[in-house]
Design a protein around this ligand. Structure first.
Ligand code: NAD
Length: 413
């Protein structure tokens, strides 16, 4: 997946397009584009064979105007400041768009977690936390899972933080239920993607029952997205992950694939026609859902995308040039800050439960999620129509206006 583009520049180009639409003044642009704080720490760990490795960990806290900063932690070889800065900025717009009282942040460690043992991963997480936890806090910055991090990693962070600061489950979200996690959080991003996909399909007069869908990525987000859309009657005809891609024109048995991938930690070995992973993005289908890493649709392959709609379950799966090409071709692109906002929305519910020390049941979580996602979608669609603009520019403009207004009221502008 591409790392050749400057990701923060890419995100700021999207910002500027929306800022132009709402005639945002230069001072406000400057303030909103500049990250609040950026931290890099060395993360030394002793490997199983006795040698010392030093990894680099990052946290970019982008904006705190609307509340404590919120965003995931990614463990991946391509993590760097540029990527984290871009993802942190997206979190600021995402939380504002969906209307949860948080700002934006993101972090990660440059590493290949598949090459670490369970014990090494735990050490890595704990050392990172101990060195950076001065910047975390229930009213300050609250990490969550992202690529290659999960409830177990969140549990280690919560435990390490609590050694230093006293029992504080609310310092991370996406925790195991036993430690104050929320029912419904694990599935929340995929559930949100599925809600938004169904709304967008209805608007585009695509019947979700029988709609052909290709999904890149079968981790947390991709697998739950597939599961909920399968339940809604869609045919998931192609699935890809880091091991390859599979095709089944009749639609996969998604519950069986879900179970297989949980056991095997990949889709490899599941029945289906093996296809070139790159061609998955170009399949003749109704809906394409990139749910892995960023920068997968670029100027080089955007012309060849055949789907009528792209739902950005992953963050930044399209470069700005690809976005322009596809918009010109009238492909509906539902932007990441809307499509995958279900995760941070239920993270907010988890944080609320932790602060109140009161647990909700899953039905309440899912109903509230539906309310938040539907409200955000309807608002974006209305602005898109009123302004005759893309769904992305509409979404960014709503979010930017909300953050700018808060900055003004607080006196920063
Ligand atoms: P994950 O680690 O659970 O899964 C990542 C998936 O991507 C895996 O199936 C992996 O095999 C696949 N993948 C990795 N490299 C690939 C490659 N080169 N080609 C094809 N597939 C590849 O991560 P996740 O939490 O599901 O996150 C996926 C995306 O969704 C990321 O962009 C993340 O930022 C975004 N996101 C996640 C959440 C969340 O709650 N987890 C919330 C919002 C957005």
């Amino acid at each position: 997946m591409s790392k050749k583009i400057n990701e923060y520049e890419n995100t700021n180009r999207l910002f500027d397009k929306a800022a132009d639409l709402i005639n945002l003044d230069e001072d406000t642009r400057l303030l909103l584009k500049t990250p609040f704080r950026e931290i890099q720490v060395e993360v030394p760990i002793r490997r199983e064979d006795g040698h010392l490795d030093v990894f680099l960990g990052y946290r970019v806290q982008h904006n705190a105007a609307r509340g404590p900063m919120k965003g995931g932690l990614r463990f991946h070889p391509e993590v760097d400041f540029d990527e984290v800065r871009s993802l942190a900025s997206l979190m600021t717009w995402k939380t504002a768009l969906v209307g949860v009282p948080f700002g934006g942040a993101k972090g990660g460690i440059t590493c290949q977690p598949h090459e670490l043992t369970h014990e090494e991963l735990e050490r890595l997480t704990r050392v990172f936390t101990s060195r950076i936890s001065f910047a975390f806090g229930i009213q300050l910055d609250i990490p969550a899972p992202d690529v290659n991090t999960n409830a177990q990693v969140m549990a280690w962070i919560m435990d390490e933080y609590s050694y230093q600061h006293g029992y504080t489950p609310g310092v991370v979200t996406g925790k195991p239920l036993e430690l104050g996690g929320s029912p419904g959080r694990e599935a929340a991003t995929g559930r949100g993607v599925s809600i938004i996909t169904q709304s967008a399909a209805a608007d585009r007069k695509v019947d979700i029952k029988g709609a052909k869908i290709a999904i890149q990525g079968f981790g947390n987000v991709g697998s739950y997205t597939a599961l909920f859309l399968h339940e809604a009657g869609a045919k998931i005809v192609a699935i890809g992950d880091h091991t390859g891609a599979l095709f089944n024109g009749d639609g996969f048995d998604i519950p069986a694939l879900f179970e297989h991938s949980r056991k095997e930690r990949s889709i490899a070995g599941f029945e289906g026609e093996q296809i070139n992973p790159e061609s998955l993005l170009l399949l003749d289908c109704d809906i394409l859902i990139p749910a892995a890493l960023g920068g997968v649709i670029t100027k080089d392959n955007a012309e060849d995308v055949q789907a009528k709609m792209i739902i950005e379950a992953a963050n930044s799966p399209l470069t700005t040039t690809a976005d322009e090409i596809l918009n010109e071709r009238d492909v509906l692109i539902v932007p990441d800050i809307l499509a995958n906002a279900g995760g941070v929305t239920v993270s907010y519910f988890e944080w609320v439960q932790n602060v109140q020390v009161f647990t909700w049941d899953e039905e309440k979580v899912n109903n509230e999620l539906l309310n938040y996602m539907t409200r955000a979608y309807d608002t974006v669609r209305d602005v898109m129509k009123e302004q005759t603009t893309s769904m992305r520019t509409a979404a960014f403009s709503i979010a930017i206006q909300r953050v700018a207004e808060t900055e003004r009221i607080r006196g920063d502008l």
